[in-house]
Structures are given as C-alpha cells and as structure tokens.
Design a binder for this molecule. Structure first.
Ligand code: BGC
Length: 249
C-alpha cells in the first residue's frame, strides 16, 4: 500500500510517499524547516503544506518527537510545551483532511529497521537509538516493540542523557567526533548495563559518521548503523499507518 510517511523533527519536517510492502520511497523526499516556536498550530500548518506538496489524499503516518499515547502527546522536550496533552492525531486529521496516525519518532525508525533494515529477522533484545536534536530510543524483544521508552532521558553524568550527548550538543559545544564518541560510549554502556541488549542500531545523522567515533565504543553488544539511515523515520511512520489502516483503527 502507498502511504505518506512524515518525520516531524526538532529542526525539519520531512516526508515522502512510501511503498509499505517494500519499504521503498516513491519519488523525492521533501523537507520543510520546523516552524519556531513549534506549537501545535504551526506544526499542523507545516504538515498541511507537506501534504499539499505531494498532492496527497489517503492515510498519513507521522513520527513525532515525544511520547505518543493513543494519539496524544505526553511530553515535549524539543518542541513547544503546549504540545503536552494535545491530541496530535485529531489535530492533524482536522487540518489536513486525511486520516493521520501518529507515533513516537524513534519507534517509527525502529519499526522500519526491524522490518526492512538492520534488525530484519533478528531475535533477542534490540535497542535502536536515534541521535539528533534529542535522543530517541525504540526497544524490541524478539521483534515486538515496547513503545515510548524515552531512554534519551536517563540520567548520565548528573544530567539528562540527551543534554550530554545528542547531536545538537555535539554541534553546540563544537565537540570533535572523538570527544563526542567518548560521551556516547558512556551512554551506550549505561544502556547495556540496564538492558543487556544483543544489538544496538544507530539512526539519525551520526549513523553516517560512525567511522569517525567507532574506535571510542567499548560495549559488548555490536552497534550497527540503521540501513535506511535517516529515512527510517519516514518509512516506519508509513508502516505504522498501514498497520492501523489494515486493522481498521
Ligand atoms: C523525546 C523523545 C524523542 C527523541 C528524539 C526526545 O527529546 O523525548 O520522545 O523520541 O527526543 O526525537
């Protein structure tokens, strides 16, 4: 089935039509800068512009950078605080006029990687980590997702982990890949201690730069880049919408 997959991020809102049987993008991806402040009305308006760009009619899947429980945003770290308790699914459906299915952005990326990418056919405990403006996580046990894990908010070195080693922090503090890699390794070590994963999958922009910091990583579990790199969020959002559409939800 074809679905418009959208990845709503702290700095950009990216979308593409996705073939959910193959996980392939159909046509060109389109990106619009995230409006600031990133209020519900402003983001919904940008989503509408994206839908118009694709001249899209049909189901839409949206990965969103917050805990999403039954379509409702429950926290807001890198978006406007007014998102908390906003019913994102209803808002997006009202503004675009199309059925919208919303889930956490890292969960979306994880779903794509487990179905088509690095996690395909792998059993055991797998943690996908997306490193961008914040840090998002998706935890799978034998292919089954535990949604909304929010492990980017673990405390590390006296601060919230994503304030210590997100990609935004690397840029803001002008850290070399080596210095940032040392920080990120501490984060991975904490996750390994708590969850004993069999595999880490790295998504987000830093996945493409793994060779620049891989020598700093010491965890037992291997860390492999996401196969679809930063397209995973778009593909996974579309998959989620396809699942919900098939289930008639
Ligand atoms: C949010 C998560 C999100 C992650 C990546 C964090 O700040 O709390 O929900 O998955 O950023 O966008």
């Amino acid at each position: 089935m074809q679905i418009l997959g959208v990845d709503i991020g702290g700095s950009g809102i990216k979308g593409c039509v996705v073939d959910t049987e193959t996980g392939q993008l159909i046509g060109e991806r389109h990106r619009i800068a995230t409006p600031q402040p990133a209020t519900p009305a402003a983001i919904a308006h940008t989503l509408k512009a994206l839908v118009e760009h694709f001249n899209w009619q049909g189901p839409i899947g949206c990965g969103f950078p917050a805990t999403i429980q039954h379509g409702i945003a429950k926290n807001a770290s890198n978006i406007d605080k007014s998102w908390i308790e906003t019913d994102a699914e209803h808002l997006f459906a009202d503004v675009t006029g199309q059925p919208c299915h919303v889930l956490n952005d890292a969960d979306a990326a994880g779903m794509a990687e487990m179905r088509f990418g690095t996690g395909k056919d792998r059993k055991g405990v797998i943690i996908l980590i997306t490193v961008g403006t914040g840090i998002g996580t998706a935890v799978f046990v034998n292919g089954q997702l535990l949604p909304n894990t929010e492990l980017g908010h673990l405390m590390l070195e006296g601060m919230v982990a994503e304030h210590y080693c997100s990609d935004a922090v690397r840029k803001r503090e002008d850290l070399s890949w080596g210095r940032w890699g040392k920080r990120f390794n501490k984060y991975l070590a904490r996750l390994e201690f708590l969850f004993s994963p069999d595999l880490f999958i790295l998504g987000g922009g830093s996945a493409a730069k793994l060779d620049k910091f891989v020598d700093r990583l010491t965890t037992r579990a291997p860390l492999i880049p996401a196969a679809s790199l930063n397209q995973a969020g778009i593909i996974g959002a579309a998959l989620y919408a396809a699942n919900r559409t098939h289930a008639g939800q």
